[in-house]
Ligand binder design. Structure first.
Ligand code: FMN
Length: 520
């Protein structure tokens, strides 16, 4: 299927088939089969994990700085084992647990739809301090690493990414994969959208921790899928590489890997007694797969996406806190404090808190599909319910001028609850942030793979929103939505766009000790 990525029909078919509407939700007979619930972890029973160091380093870097900044590419640095442990724990480690009559839920550092944790992490590294070169799987349950291959395989990823410069010079590359069934058990075919969201919230944490540790980091979405999947030896009918993150920088490219990337044939514990397949997700994935380093190189050269046209309605200038004024709660503390709000109080947040959240979240994400850094595929549309000094209403955020444009004034709490799949959370929040994108220009620029990128970016921005809220003692939660109703609500401004993701922010109603903290 050469160059299938260029044709976006499959991405449109997938997107259209997985829209939520009032009618589609009511017509869906799906119910949760708890007896067949998938395991939340990937386990290789024949490989013993080596435990990672458990002590968290206090970087002292303010979360509001860590989410907004990145270490310039080219700064020489390599993580050692302790930094690796810190990166893994604060992005995908078990941070809290909750017992319930049927068992236990292990909550992880980043938010994830349904707490189903379909994202797995793998390390591909050269020799690092206290960690030998190899390909490793992060065993979240044991907080350890299982070595799948010994030796330096980074050049396989250099080739797979068409010699992407950050990958070429990275001492460590983290590969994020997504497992269909782990999430589809609950969300069925809509799971492919969740891959981007859930991988994205995880990456928001990972990028922030990397910045706090002084490591350059870059998200890479363009790679030859089959080569990466083969290196990890995943069964790509079930689990697929979704994003890579280059971490650190060394002057020399890795030595050419002369070993054969042979199948490993390692046993893994079945996730469930049986799995249900949703073929449109695999079709979506195949259609957005890149086949050769040459195709990847062209994909990388696509340039920056389109931006918003200048405001033509009333504009309110944001008033974010400066570095000197902002809360300085460190990133480690904020990640451990984070947990999705289960209920919001209908109390206002301040204009400074609101402005700081938007400002810090959108200072730029280093990624191969966002060139120059700071460009965005998603635009942020807002329903403001309770921000001091701001009329309640619908707005759109203009990042370039640090301002919001009013689209319509009014109290839209009921509509927001409806748009967020008839849930109470978006009705009670102080502000709902909707991520909307023009899919057509994105597909023209990036082919079907643009669909992965736009979902992933929304997840990263959403994850940063979470952290910006919790850094200021506020709460947040990701939410799902009625696709077309969202666009109708924000139209005519949003006409022609698609709803990608939603995050609500506000003052959480404190829950009574329903979660126990877990140390690494
Ligand atoms: C992309 C995304 C969508 C979510 N959608 C909803 C939702 O529609 N309703 C809800 O109550 N929680 C939603 N959540 C919150 C998750 O249920 C929550 O992240 C998960 O249970 C893990 O708990 P934690 O975030 O407190 O660690 C969503 C989270 C994410 C990341």
């Amino acid at each position: 299927m050469p160059d299938s990525n260029r044709h976006a029909e499959s991405a449109w078919s997938y997107h259209d088939a997985t829209r939520h509407s009032y009618a589609s939700i009511r017509a869906n007979p799906h119910s949760l089969d708890f007896a067949n619930q998938p395991l939340p972890f990937k386990i290789y029973p024949t490989l013993a994990p080596s435990r990672l160091p458990g002590e968290l380093r206090q970087t002292g870097v303010a979360a509001l700085s860590a989410i907004a900044e990145s270490v310039p590419f080219g700064t020489n640095s390599a993580p050692g084992l302790r930094s690796v442990a810190q990166l893994l724990y604060l992005s995908a480690g078990i941070t809290r647990q909750r017992k319930y009559p049927g068992g236990e839920i292990y909550f992880r550092a980043a938010a994830c739809t349904g707490a189903l944790y379909e994202v797995e992490l793998y390390l591909v590294c050269g020799d690092l301090a206290d960690l030998q070169a190899g390909v490793y799987h992060f065993a979240a349950a044991e907080f350890g690493l299982r070595r799948l291959r010994a030796g330096d395989y980074r050049s396989v990823l250099v080739e797979a990414t068409g010699s992407e410069p950050a990958i070429t010079h990275a001492p460590l590359i983290i590969v994020c994969t997504c497992t269909y069934w782990r999430n589809a058990w609950k969300y069925q075919a809509r799971t492919y959208r969740h891959f981007g969201w859930d991988n994205g919230t995880l990456l928001a944490n990972l990028l922030s921790v990397a910045a706090a540790l002084g490591l350059p980091a870059r998200v890479v979405c363009g790679f030859v899928d089959a080569t990466v999947n083969r290196l990890l030896d995943v069964d790509s009918q079930r689990e697929v590489a979704f994003s890579l993150v280059a971490l650190g920088h060394g002057s020399d490219p890795p030595p050419l890997c002369l070993r054969e990337v042979s199948p490993l044939g390692l046993e893994t514990v079945p996730l469930s007694r049986h799995e249900v397949d949703y073929p449109i997700m695999r079709e979506m994935h195949a259609a957005s797969s890149l086949q050769s380093p040459a195709e990847v190189a062209t994909w990388h050269g696509r340039g920056s996406p389109t931006n918003l046209s200048p405001p033509d309605g009333p504009v309110v200038q944001l008033q974010p806190l400066s570095d000197a004024e902002m809360p300085r709660d460190p990133i480690e503390q904020v990640i451990l404090r984070r947990g999705s709000s289960r209920q919001f109080a209908r109390t206002p947040i301040s204009m400074a808190q609101f402005s700081t959240i938007l400002d810090r979240t959108t200072r730029g994400t280093p990624a191969d599909f966002l060139d120059p850094i700071g460009s965005q595929l998603n635009q942020m549309y807002l329903i403001v319910h309770a921000v001091e000094g701001l009329d309640p209403g619908a707005y759109v955020f203009h990042r370039d001028s640090g301002a919001i444009e009013c689209l319509k004034r009014g109290n839209f709490r009921d509509q927001a609850g409806y748009l967020g799949l008839e849930q109470q959370l978006p009705a009670d929040a102080a502000v709902d942030v909707f991520f909307l994108a023009g899919l057509q220009p994105i597909f023209e620029q990036f082919g079907s793979r643009g669909y992965r990128a736009v979902q992933l970016e929304a997840g990263i921005l959403g994850g940063k929103l979470y952290l910006a809220a919790y850094a200021q003692q506020l709460g947040a939660t990701g939410l799902t939505f009625y696709d077309d109703e969202v666009i109708r609500f924000f139209s005519p401004h949003a006409a022609g766009k698609s709803a990608i993701f939603l995050v609500a922010v506000g003052n959480s109603v404190k829950q009574k000790h329903w979660l126990e903290p877990v140390a690494p």
